[in-house]
Write a protein that binds this ligand. Structure first.
Ligand SMILES: [Zn+2]
Length: 486
């Protein structure tokens, strides 16, 4: 007797449906799982056997073969437990086999038969919805994620016994109410809280408008972190499709232990400088997305960038350019989305007060040289805007500041126009004056071709923010000011 049941797995941040076949035959009692299972899948044999015995269903003393198909797809995680248990019950006649038709089954089993939540329920349900699977059994722990997929009827289960009852019609599948999509964007910090720092705020607005990378350089306590935290609040809100993409990433991350996120505000991630390569770009034995992917469609903020290890910073460069991370594992590869905006903050020197008007720098020449070596490198070479922040002047304590909402209006207008330019529906000319300014700068500062491209792009954003359809000399001149000679 062969029974079939639907399960699903995750590759990268995408869900894939898996067909699980259970065959029971005469012969020496045994229990085998085939079809490229990893350690977690093999361990599920022990859990399935104990859960069935402890739930009163009993485990058949026959020859059991479980096949996971397609065989060439890597399968990981404990999400197959419940499906395998129900498949075995169907194969040995404890459960009617046709009750499993059209049902996606997700859940890890405890030894006592209770059902535990699994990572990646949201992408797995979306894959099922796309394939037209009408129903799913989902662990109670993952109920919130199920509510985001309104095309599927869901049976919320806490125990193997519930799952059987649900399939036999003794308790009901529900269509979860799609949760109201929060139109408000929760803001980390508001620009109205930032006193003074007009140049840095201007640079932040330009960075937001053109999705440029930005380095904030200044002594400790000058407000670099506060300013960086203001960035999500001046970026346009996420579309529903983007928010759902982000929610799928959080569904998969950290084995599903990350709280579900469905919000229109853009992610803001600020990993510690002790972060590892795997922590930043993803990886591990059971690969999981890293910080750069958790910042997808949002902001990756590296505070005290001088304290990060060079090797760690260097691996960020390629993913930031490509907008995705590609990891190669034994025999398979994984891609994670990573389209994020990079913001860096750094002290100008180890003591923090080089060039400060507040305090004198106490660093030795050797310390300064080695700090600069750490700051320069392939990643920092590619920062579009660099800006100096000093301590507050006395008169700035009482200055009023524009709230983020006002700045965001301007940023959203700029996004719209730049999108039209990218799609060829609008154009931006470069004036003769601007060309002259650039030519002189190239000669004077010995700018590389890459630096010239970056300056032109920043100048373009400045022009668009002003509502100009032409890059003028003063746009280019301003763009040239956002460069520190490190
Ligand atoms: Zn110093």
């Amino acid at each position: 007797m062969i029974a079939k049941v639907r399960g699903a797995t995750i590759l990268g941040v995408e869900g894939f449906l898996i067909d699980i076949e259970v065959d029971i035959s005469r012969g020496l009692p045994g229990f085998e799982i085939v079809g490229l299972p990893d350690v977690a899948v093999r361990e599920s044999r022990q859990r399935v056997r104990a859960a069935m015995n402890n739930s009163g269903f009993g485990f058949p003393l026959q020859r059991l073969t479980v096949n996971l198909a397609p065989a060439d797809l890597r399968k990981s995680g404990p999400a197959f437990d419940l499906a395998i248990a129900l498949g075995i019950m169907a194969a040995c006649g404890t459960l009617e086999a046709d009750l499993l038709e059209g049902v996606l089954v997700l859940g890890e089993l405890s030894l006592d038969g209770s059902v535990r939540g699994v990572a990646g329920v949201l992408p797995m349900l979306l894959a099922a919805a796309e394939a037209g699977v009408p129903r799913a059994l989902v662990p109670a722990d993952n109920e919130e994620e199920a509510a985001l997929v309104d095309q599927i009827e869901v049976g919320i289960v806490r125990h193997l016994v519930d799952a059987a009852a649900m399939l036999e019609g003794r308790s009901k599948f529900i269509t979860p109410r799609p949760r109201d999509f929060d139109l408000e964007t929760a803001v980390n910090s508001d620009l109205s809280e930032v006193r003074g720092q007009l140049t840095a705020k201007r640079a932040l607005e330009i960075a937001a408008a053109g999705r440029h990378s930005l380095l904030l350089m200044g002594p400790p306590g000058c407000g670099k972190t506060l300013l960086a935290r203001c960035l999500p609040g001046i970026l346009p809100p996420l579309s529903f499709a983007e928010a759902l993409e982000v929610a799928q990433i959080y569904s998969v991350a950290q084995g599903g232990r990350t709280p579900l996120r469905l919000s229109r505000s853009r992610p803001f991630r600020s990993p510690h400088h002790s972060s590892t390569v795997a922590g930043l770009i993803g990886g591990g034995a059971n690969p999981e997305p890293g910080e750069i992917t958790l910042a997808h469609h949002g902001v990756l903020f590296l505070d005290e960038v001088g304290e990060f290890r060079r090797t760690v910073l260097d691996v960020l460069r390629q993913p930031l350019e490509d907008g995705r991370v590609s990891l190669v594992r034994h025999g398979y590869s994984i891609t994670y989305p990573a389209r994020c905006q990079l913001i860096l903050a750094a002290n100008p020197c180890p003591c923090g007060f080089l060039g400060s008007s507040v305090k004198d720098c106490l660093c030795t020449g050797g310390e300064l040289a080695s700090y600069r070596r750490r700051l320069s490198g392939p990643l920092l070479d590619r920062i579009d805007l660099q800006v100096w922040m000093d301590g507050l002047q006395a008169h700035e304590f009482y200055s009023s500041a524009e709230p983020s909402a006002v700045v965001r209006e301007r940023v959203m207008k700029a996004w719209e126009y730049l999108k039209a330019v990218d799609q060829g529906e609008a154009a931006i000319e470069v004036s003769k004056g601007a060309q002259g300014v650039l030519a002189r700068a190239v000669e004077k500062f010995k700018l590389s071709a890459r630096a010239v491209t970056r300056i032109q792009r920043v100048a373009r954003t400045i022009a668009v923010l002003e509502g100009s359809r032409e890059i003028d000399a003063h746009h280019l001149a301003e763009a040239l000011t956002y460069r520190l000679s490190l």
